[in-house]
Design a protein around this ligand. Structure first.
Ligand code: URA
Length: 310
């Protein structure tokens, strides 16, 4: 912007403020290029895994599907996501539904029966028929999430993939099989934890959810967390970790450290789909360290890690 114009704009904004009017953001006036906003880089996918199923136990690995049928309204500014597919840039956090990061829930904890009823009602009355964002146009099923309503540990993924969209259940594809192994490695069955996603409908081509989609959808997740009231949240991957913490830090900065989300401890770790792509001993050890920290914090026994390659 030329200097004289900047000066006049400055005077104008000052006079507005002096009159008690809110300042007009430069973005609205077209003076700031929003596309220049630097979002943290996504994980760079590594070579396809060959021994993914050995994460904790063992078994052959097959390739994660990457192609999806055409469909959705295109979102511009695409960059590769966990699956190597296009995704829109992460927009700045807007008027999002996570305003009270540091304010614990105050509603009383429900009984198990009340939790079951509340979750069912949320799904039946609100999520299943939701048309609040563009993702409803291309979904087959909504994916509410599932697990023990009294779960002590709540996993949060990014969004349903193809298998989840078809089945209506979270983490049932290849990444889900690896998540099951992570859960088993912690000494739990899948139905003893709770598993949900940032968005309840599949983003087309498995792209990461756009900011307006997460902003629209996360009140459902917040309500699920308020009902289940877990002792620990484990966010899987960068989008869910960054979104829950309203952070722009990279995964290497976020994972392995405790964070707080509304009075609940939150541990970010790698997404199993990323792990499938970058299946190194180093990454597996990092994930196991993160999961171990959760067990220790909850006073739970730490099983011996199986499937470790020396
Ligand atoms: N990836 C996710 O983030 N969530 C799912 O439910 C499946 C794959």
């Amino acid at each position: 912007m030329p200097d004289p114009l900047k000066h006049r704009l400055d005077l104008w904004l000052r006079s507005e403020r002096a009159m008690g009017l809110p300042a007009v953001p430069l973005v609205d006036m077209g003076y700031v290029d929003e596309s220049a906003d630097p979002s943290p880089p996504k994980q760079t996918p590594a070579a396809p895994p060959s021994r993914a199923a050995q994460f904790f136990a063992g078994g052959p690995a097959t390739k994660q599907p990457t192609a999806a049928p055409p469909g959705p309204p295109a979102v511009t500014g695409a960059r590769p996501n966990l699956y190597g597919n296009a995704e829109p840039p992460m927009a700045k956090p807007s008027a999002n539904p996570l305003p009270l990061l540091d304010q614990p829930f105050t509603a009383p904890v429900l009984s198990r029966d009340e939790k079951i009823r509340a979750l069912r009602e949320l799904d039946d009355a609100q999520v299943k028929g939701c048309t609040k964002c563009r993702l409803h146009q291309t979904r087959t099923n909504t994916v509410f999430g599932e697990g023990d309503p009294d779960a002590r540990i709540f996993f949060i993924g990014e969004g349903p993939g193809e298998n989840e969209d078809l089945s209506g259940r979270p983490f049932v594809g290849r990444a889900g099989q690896l998540l099951d192994k992570m859960i088993a490695g912690m000494g739990f069955r899948r139905d003893q934890v709770f598993i949900a996603n940032i968005v309840k409908c599949r983003p087309p081509q498995n792209r990461a959810p756009a900011a307006d989609e997460t902003d629209t959808c996360t009140p459902y997740l917040v309500r699920q967390l308020e009902v289940v009231r877990p002792e620990a949240i484990i966010t899987l991957g960068l989008p869910s970790s960054q979104y829950m913490l309203q952070s722009k830090l990279s995964m290497s900065r976020l994972r392995g450290n405790w964070h707080q989300w509304r009075g609940i401890r939150l541990m970010p770790t790698f997404h199993p789909a990323y792990l499938l792509r970058a299946y190194t001993e180093d990454n597996r050890a990092k994930v196991w360290d993160d999961l171990k920290k959760v067990l220790e914090a909850l006073g739970l026994p730490v099983p011996k890690r199986s499937g470790k390659q020396e």
